[in-house]
Design a protein around this ligand. Sequence first.
Ligand code: AMP
Length: 115
Amino acid sequence: MSECIFCKIVRREIPADIVYEDEISLAFRDINPQAPTHILVIPKEHIPSLVDADPVKHEALLGHLLLVARRVADLEGITDSGFRIVINNGKDAGQAVDHLHVHVLGGREMGWPPG
Ligand code: AMP
């Protein structure tokens, strides 16, 4: 059984504030929010990071995650004001959890470029 913290959330072995779920994805609130809305959208399948996604096998899954992110933004009421989607990949980007996740951030104005 995987020791991955997000796999444990998928299996309900540790708690999370889940806002959306379907057969292939799960969305829950980030434990350390960086904006009034900060939600993580993950595949239920353990894929360590974006570069580990298979160009053929995971093509539909990656599209699905983005569409779930959009849906989550709708559920949170931040579609009109705007929101940001972030995928950190690897050390320099600050990826801390090795299970592919899409950050959905909104509810405040954001700067650019990101830090
Ligand atoms: P990243 O730096 O892109 O790997 O982002 C990992 C994110 O996961 C961070 O924003 C953390 O706050 C968040 N996180 C870590 N553990 C948990 C948890 N148990 N529940 C919810 N969010 C978490």
